[in-house]
Design a protein around this ligand. Sequence first.
Ligand SMILES: *[C@@H]1O[C@H](CO)[C@@H](O)[C@H](O)[C@H]1NC(C)=O
Ligand SMILES: *[C@@H]1O[C@H](CO)[C@@H](O)[C@H](O)[C@H]1NC(C)=O
Ligand SMILES: *[C@@H]1O[C@H](CO)[C@@H](O)[C@H](O)[C@H]1NC(C)=O
Length: 314
Amino acid sequence: MELAVAMLLILLSLASWCVLSEGRLLVDMTLVSDASNIGAFCLDGSLPAYHLHRGFGAGASNWLLQFEGGGWCNDIQSCLDRAKTKHGSSLYMNKLEDFNGILSNDASLNPDFYNWNRVKLRYCDGGSFSGDAKFDNGTSVLYFRGQKIWEAIILDLLPKGLGNADKALLSGCSAGGLSSFLHCENLYRALPTNTSVKCLSDAGFFLDERDITMNYTMRTFFENLVSLQGIEKNLDKTCTSFLDNPKLCMFPQYFLNYMTTPFFILNTAYDVYQFHHALVPPSADMNGDWKRCKLSIASCTPKQLDILQGWFQG
Ligand SMILES: *[C@@H]1O[C@H](CO)[C@@H](O)[C@H](O)[C@H]1NC(C)=O
Ligand SMILES: *[C@@H]1O[C@H](CO)[C@@H](O)[C@H](O)[C@H]1NC(C)=O
Ligand SMILES: *[C@@H]1O[C@H](CO)[C@@H](O)[C@H](O)[C@H]1NC(C)=O
């Protein structure tokens, strides 16, 4: 539980690095009213949402879809907490979203995509848009419907032009970068065969590796997430049939080989989130030996640097 909250906090701050703050373009939120037909709800039962800014000129029939990031919730309590925030309910989302970075409409800041149709998919399921389950014990209800939210948004966008796209790029950062891995093939299948589909993950390549005490901290975290949110049935089928532990197919390293859609992976060498939560989680550094190193790589001992180097390259 403590770990879940810490991960959420770090990812929230990470999410704000993923987009650079530049010019201001505020884009209205669209609630997906048909989502209830297929049971697609945010954690609290509210309707899912996205923001669309139309393309123009040479980009008018190209589409960039970006998953919002923001950690995960992998137990009932952390999901109940999240259901009262913008990452668990459209009731708390800002209705105007700042489109910057890859979503900017300024050609000088975003030369490749400024004139494309650009969509931000709001994240309110806590399971990287991949769950399909419901918790209801009589007093508390939680919808784990990320997969349905993804489907509802795509169904809504197809008649708005996505269905005739010339090019489509699926992207996302952090938990949204993982979503991009998990849904890349789905997007390819949802669009006509003559649409050029590609995907991009920014800081979404979460590794199944042991922490410094040899514990599989991240594996345990994802296993709980997959179980709680009913994600397993939505993971890559070739991967889940191949692995003894199908839940591990939440990690891109196990299903990347089965993907056929062109994919661009962007991950920094010393990914801060994975350094602080997968390699050296608080549970693995009770004495605080890594505290200084975590604050600044320049303060790491040679031994710590070796470990960092080995982990990210091994
Ligand atoms: C339902 O779950 C919530 C959260 O775990 C708990 O606080 C509540 O007591 C539970 N209600 C019942 C009837 O078990
Ligand atoms: C794809 O094929 C359809 C049907 O032939 C055609 O209408 C459409 O313009 C094509 N799209 C692209 C991007 O070539
Ligand atoms: C390793 O993981 C187990 C199971 O999650 C946990 O009980 C144990 O405290 C962990 N050990 C360390 C050093 O984190």
